[in-house]
Design a protein around this ligand. Structure first.
Ligand code: FMN
Length: 223
């Protein structure tokens, strides 16, 4: 790896480690729409099963649009602290999955699932792929010096949100990425759970087996 590669690798590791979910945004700090376009452009480089790309991102960037989103997702209660902080985000990116794009793609001759059965999908790749796109946007926001939060739409609100913004009924709202300029915010109480370390989450060869401290990884048995 040349010096440029080393720098890029360090920046990537820094970006990943610096990313935190931001729940309080500066409502007076606007964003150029091009920043949103750039995040979505980055997300188009996420991987997708069969290169199906069954994703769409609906950007809400006008106060009237974000207000309509918050109205559609609220149950009429006054906004709590979490919501008040979040409502300062100038942009919301609704991350939408299109299952039909996958059923169509996988019915093509190179895949061959012409029965279009959902039983082929123990893990629905349409949701997986949109989550991968959302992750790219979260990291892209850090890279752009911004903050972002991925959050889900409450179950009763999915249809209301779809109706409010003309989202076709068969699309799935995998989540929403709020983007904006972060304000100081309290640490999430969830972080008190502590990060599960690599030794705990890495299993080697068999579930529950610890990884050796040093080892070489081979593709084929050694001669
Ligand atoms: C699928 C998913 C859904 C989440 N939903 C919410 C949410 O509704 N509200 C919220 O404040 N944070 C939400 N989070 C953020 C998590 O709480 C956060 O990622 C976790 O506590 C770790 O903190 P960090 O991302 O800052 O490292 C969500 C994260 C993911 C991946």
């Amino acid at each position: 790896m040349g010096p440029g590669g080393m720098l890029a690798a360090m920046e990537f590791r820094e970006t990943v480690r610096r990313r935190r979910m931001v729940r309080r945004f500066d409502p007076r700090a606007p964003l150029p729409f091009n920043t949103i376009r750039d995040l979505v452009e980055l997300a188009t480089h996420a991987p997708s099963a069969g290169f199906s790309q069954g994703w769409d991102y609906l950007a809400l960037t006008e106060p009237v649009q974000t207000a309509a989103f918050w109205a559609a997702t609220s149950e009429g209660d006054a906004p709590d602290r979490w919501l008040t902080g979040l409502m300062g985000a100038p942009a919301l990116l609704l991350c939408l999955a299109n299952p039909t794009a996958y059923l169509d793609r996988y019915a093509e001759p190179d895949k061959g699932w012409t029965d279009r059965s959902l039983e082929h999908w123990p893990i629905p790749y349409w949701d997986t792929d949109v989550a991968m796109g959302a992750m790219v946007m979260l990291l892209g926001a850090v890279d752009a010096g911004l903050g972002a939060l991925f959050f889900g739409v409450p179950a009763p609100a999915h249809d209301r949100v779809k109706q409010s913004f003309g989202i076709p009924g068969d699309r799935r709202i995998v989540g929403v990425v709020a983007v904006g300029h972060p304000l100081p915010h309290p640490r999430s109480p969830s972080l008190r759970r502590g990060r599960r370390g690599v030794e705990e989450v890495l299993h080697a060869g068999r579930y529950g087996e610890a990884a050796p401290p040093t080892a070489t990884v081979h593709a084929a048995p050694e001669e």
